[in-house]
Design a protein around this ligand. Structure first.
Ligand code: SAM
Ligand code: SF4
Length: 335
């Protein structure tokens, strides 16, 4: 396939892709049950992971086709050494307007200042439970205080509009919903609940474990404060956000399972070892690393990007009887 320079990444359904999520590692310092196995996680050998130079080259080519927003993720992105150096390199790519990072927050006290000075624009910090006991059941590690310290560190170095991500799980995290909502309001954090998706390494996901965005919204409106609808400024955002009636912060719901938002999806992904993906739930990958490591040209990379976009399906198909979860778990794809 020969692609003209600057051709936008538009798929067969007219979706224009402007956002790339880059997994910088598949390793992690905790073991959330909805993502990783407790033991024997199958990490890629280090020499298979893309180098910072390789990631930057992919981003430069992708930016030429209209990618303007990046999100660094993993695994836990802060366990990759010298991440701030990568942020500086990506920040210098023409066309890149925003770099965000999703982290479990544990290493933020050490790294927040460097990330800020490297030019990181936005931070999402994941925290599903404020109680240490439940945090430990979910992550199979201790660490609530470390995450709280991470949140404080992020704010103290000047990150604004920090978001808190919380996966909500039926029969497990109900008791955390209201405390998390209150905590977010008290600390001026924009909380977003994520429905539990079938991406756990143990493949134990069951629909009955999904605490839906609707249930959560009702619980919060009753027990925290009434909620007002908001106009969706950016339709490609996966969350449906509401404002508390007293004007004190917003709360959002990422209803990937019960109300999929595939119709406005504008994202591509690249795994830590350089496989392009057009959907979290896809089974196909396009090998960018092979192009990078066998003397391929930028035009070859453009062709891989465009093939990946052209093959994108209209939706993740989770509701279909033929749906099978992807072979790779969340930590191996990049959330
Ligand atoms: N380690 C970082 C973190 O946890 O924030 C970044 C990677 S993690 C895979 C990205 C996000 O995906 C986190 O907010 C995490 O809670 C969420 N996540 C992981 N597995 C999930 C699942 N099976 N369903 C829904 N969200 C999930
Ligand atoms: Fe690690 Fe994030 Fe997966 Fe939890 S969700 S195991 S923090 S990569």
């Amino acid at each position: 396939m020969s692609i003209e320079p600057n051709t936008p990444l538009i798929d067969r359904f007219g979706r224009v892709h402007t956002s790339l999520r880059i997994s910088v590692t598949d390793r992690c310092n905790i073991r959330c049950f909805y993502c990783m196995p407790l033991e024997n996680a199958r990490f890629k050998p280090r020499d298979e992971l893309l180098t910072f130079e390789e990631m930057t080259r992919v981003v430069r080519v992708a930016a030429g086709h209209g990618i303007s927003k990046l999100r660094l993720t993993g695994g836990e992105p802060l366990v990759r050494s010298n991440l701030s150096q990568l942020i500086q390199m990506l920040k210098a790519v023409p066309g890149i307007q925003e770099i965000a990072l999703t982290t479990n927050g544990i290493l933020l006290p050490d790294q927040a200042a460097d990330l800020k000075s490297a030019g990181l624009d936005r931070l999402n910090i994941s925290l599903d439970a404020l109680s240490e006991e439940l945090f430990e059941r979910i992550t199979r590690r201790q660490g609530v205080q470390k995450v709280l310290d991470g949140i404080a560190a992020a704010k103290s170095v000047g990150f604004e509009n920090v978001r808190l991500n919380a996966v909500a799980i039926q029969n497990l995290t109900e008791c955390e919903i209201v405390p998390l909502a209150n905590f977010a309001r008290e600390n001026d954090l924009h909380l977003r609940f994520i429905e539990f998706m079938p991406l756990d390494a143990d493949r134990a996901w069951d629909k009955s474990q999904v605490l839906s965005g609707r249930q959560l919204r009702e619980m919060i409106a009753q027990e925290v404060a009434p909620l007002h609808d908001l106009d969706r400024e950016d339709k490609s955002q996966p969350a449906v956000d509401y404002e508390y009636a007293d004007g004190r912060q917003r709360v959002g719901f990422i209803n990937s399972v019960t109300e999929p938002f595939c119709g406005t999806c504008n994202r591509l992904r690249i795994t830590a070892e350089g496989q392009l993906r057009n959907c979290l739930f896809g089974s196909e990958e396009w090998d960018a690393r092979q192009v990078l490591r066998t003397g391929g040209t930028d035009a070859d990379l453009s062709a891989r990007l465009h093939s990946c976009v052209q093959a994108k399906k209209p939706s993740h198909g989770m509701d279909s009887p033929e749906f099978v979860p992807p072979e790779r778990a969340m930590y191996q794809i990049g959330g």
